[in-house]
Design a protein around this ligand. Structure first.
Ligand code: NAP
Length: 304
């Protein structure tokens, strides 16, 4: 019997985790709809999981969040509540889930943001629903730990990218959409790309492969603290776009910023001193190298 359950197994993080933890039991929404109580109940009934890595979530870029606030709130609240409830009911020893750096307060007194700052102000309005649903997961985990003396925990990662990302303009994440724009511009012999906003907001991006490694280390070392995960690189959107042009051999192309579109949060870099203390030897893939990898593989898969 498989002792480790991973939800969100078909997603960006789940697919990298599967490469390094192949013996866990991976599920997607095709196997179980985790917003439906009877499906979650039957998932646990058939199996004796000891560890649950809950990655499943309604996740998307800023534009899709603005378009579908009800989905981002309700689906996440339902999935998280049911997964936590049935994990505890079925005596799961370690429940680990992921929040996100974008749920931190929009305005903080001091950067980089520490774990303890999570509830010190409202999140950015463009991500209200997603953020409050994710913050509720933190409250729920804390409540279970207090009431039932469990040691459940969460990781708060920065923005991610990778080969298994969503690459569209609307539902996609920034780096994936950027790579896709470069591929399309090259294909159509255009010497420019255009981006939403004015290019000034700063962002941290991590390769999802690196986050999967951190998740495995957390499970293997039975770590039950809550902690931020990001790289040392915190760059403006304009700089990330320039890095991407370089990584994708498109250096002479121009970048146009569509200033009519929203910027989102101006800055949200998170403090990674806890992460460094927990895993001092861990080294993240540099953004330019990660983009090059994703671009090369995406290009190959599109051309076959
Ligand atoms: P993703 O690529 O969007 O994948 C989402 C996963 O959740 C898929 O496996 C999906 O299954 C599953 N799922 C969605 N709704 C479901 C439902 N109702 N029932 C069962 N499964 C459902 O997400 P990701 O980027 O890997 O994100 C993983 C975790 O990291 C999430 O908790 C997210 O909040 C967090 N995170 C992500 C980022 C980022 O930039 N991507 C940044 C910080 C934190 P299907 O494929 O069948 O739909």
């Amino acid at each position: 019997m498989n002792k480790i359950l991973v939800t969100g197994g078909s997603g960006l993080v789940g697919r990298y985790l599967k490469q390094i933890m192949p013996n866990a039991y991976y599920i997607s929404s095709n196997d179980y709809d985790l917003t439906r109580e009877h499906e979650v109940e039957s998932l646990f009934k058939k199996n004796g999981f000891k560890i649950v890595i809950h990655l499943a979530a309604r996740v998307g870029g800023i534009h899709h969040n603005i378009k579908e606030p009800v989905k981002y709130f309700e689906e996440n609240i339902l999935m998280n509540t049911l997964m936590l409830k049935y994990s505890h009911k079925n005596r799961v020893k370690h429940f680990l889930t992921l929040l996100s750096s974008c749920i931190y307060p929009d305005k903080v007194k001091k950067f980089p943001i520490k774990e303890k700052n999570l509830f010190e102000g409202a999140p950015h309005e463009s991500l209200f629903s997603y953020s409050y649903a994710k913050r509720s997961m933190a409250v729920q985990i804390d409540a279970y730990n207090k009431k039932f003396k469990t040691n459940y925990n969460y990781i708060i990662p920065c923005n991610l990218y990778g080969e298994f990302d969503k690459f569209g303009d609307i539902e996609g994440h920034f780096v994936g959409a950027l790579i896709e724009k470069i591929i399309e511009a090259k294909k159509n012999n255009k010497n420019y790309i255009s981006l939403f906003g004015d290019g000034t907001p700063k962002r941290q991006f991590m390769h999802a492969k690196d986050l999967a490694k951190i998740i495995k280390l957390t499970i293997d070392n039975k770590i039950t603290e809550n902690f931020n995960v990001a790289t040392n690189e915190n760059y403006s959107v304009a700089k990330i776009a320039q890095l991407a042009l370089k990584a994708c051999n498109f250096k002479d192309a121009k970048i146009f910023f569509d200033k009519r579109m929203p910027n989102g949060q101006m800055r949200k870099d998170i403090d990674i001193s806890k992460l460094k203390k927990l895993f001092p030897k861990f080294k993240a893939i540099k953004l330019i190298d990660g983009i090059k990898q994703v671009y090369t593989n995406r290009n190959k898969s599109k051309n076959v």
